[in-house]
Design a protein around this ligand. Sequence first.
Ligand SMILES: [Zn+2]
Length: 92
Amino acid sequence: MNIPKTVNMYCAWCKKHNAHGIFVSKKRQKRTLSKGQRRFKRKMEGYGSFPKPMPTGKKPTQRQDLRFKCEECKKSNTRSKMPRVKKFELTE
Ligand SMILES: [Zn+2]
């Protein structure tokens, strides 16, 4: 799927249509010592926990996590879900 690097779309802060640059957001690392992760880790071990370990295999297609950055106010928006695609490219 080819997507242009800039699109004209509505900016909620400027309250008008502006050019937005598109970029793929970086994946965040899990905070391994956070309360939720510690609780999850404890739940995953022993009896009476999750029925199976979480699946590790990757799906054949991925949904891209795109961010749209307004070129006037430099604030970035997200948009609703992108379709699942095998191949993804940002074009000029
Ligand atoms: Zn803006």
